[in-house]
Design a protein. Sequence first.
Length: 331
Amino acid sequence: MTAPADAHRTAGTLRTAAGDALAWADSRRADFALGEDALAADGEVDRSWKPLGELAQVCATVTRLTGPADPLHARARGLLDFAWQETREGELFLRLQRLEPFATYPLEVYAALASAGLRHPAFEQAAAVVARTRGWRLTEQDPTRRLGVLRAEERCGIHRFGQAPPELPQTWLGGLPEPWTFGRDAGYALTHVVFHLSDWGRDASALPPDLVAYLGDWLPPWLDTCLEAGLWDLGGELLAVAAIVARTTGEDIPGSDWGRLLEARGPSGEVPLDDRDLDDVAAGPGSDGDRYFLHHYHSTLMAAFAAVLAGARPAERPGAGRRPGGQGAPA
C-alpha cells in the first residue's frame, strides 16, 4: 500500500512529467506541422500525418481526463486546435479521401480529432460511402490494425452492416498467449489492442474481464523487462496499459515504477525511443533537429499519455476480471 505522502509525491511527479512532455511537444509545433507534401502521392506519411495524428490522439485523452481549469487541459486543448488548423479544419481529410479513397490513415487521424469534437461532416459522408464498398471491407490488414480501423469508423458514425467485429480473438493479446512468447512486436500490438478497446483510456470498463485478469498477471514482468532493457517508448505504452488496467481494478499494477523512465528524460522532459538514443539526449536537439524529433516525439507523447492516465485513476469496476489464484491463462 502506498503511504499518503508517497502517493502525493508520486502524483506531483506524474503531473510534472506530463506537463514537461506536453510543453516539449508544444515547443516543437513546427515539426508536427504538415508540409507541402502532405497531399503528395509519394509523401512520407510517417513524417507528416502520423506525428500529427498521435499528437491529436494523446491530447484528446488528456482533455477528457482533466478539467478546463487544469493547465494540462489548456496545453492539450491548444495543441488540438493547432492540429485541427493544420488540417484546414478537416478540409485536407476530404481532399486526401478523394486522392486515396481506400487509404485508412486519413480516417484514423480524423477519428482522433473527432473524439475531441472536431468534425468535418463532408469528410464523414464521403468516408461512409467508401466504407460501404466491398473493396474497403475486404482490405487486408493485421487484426490489431483492423480493430483500430473499426474503432475509427465508429467514432465517425460508420457501422458495418451485419458484421460483428471478430478481430479481438485474432490479435496476440486476445488469444491470451503463453506469456513467454512476449516480444517487442507483440508488446506494441497488445498495447494498441488495449488502447482501441478502452477508447484510448477514456473507457477502461470496456476491457473484457479475461484480458484484465491476464494483464494483471503478466504485465508486471513484461513491463520490468522493457524498462530494464531501456525500451522507453514501449515501456511508456505499457505504463499506459498499466494505468488503464488500474482504472478498471482499482489496484496498482506491480512493477509500474516510473523511476527508470523519468531518469531517461532529456533536459526539456523529452523521452528517447530507447537506450540507443541516449547519446542524442546528451548532445541535445541541436545535433540533428529532424532526427532528434523523430526519435523523441512518440515516446514523449506516450510518457505524457501514461502519466495523465496514472494520475487520474479512479476505480471504475473494483475487482473486475480477477480470478481466484488466476494466472490469466485460458481454462
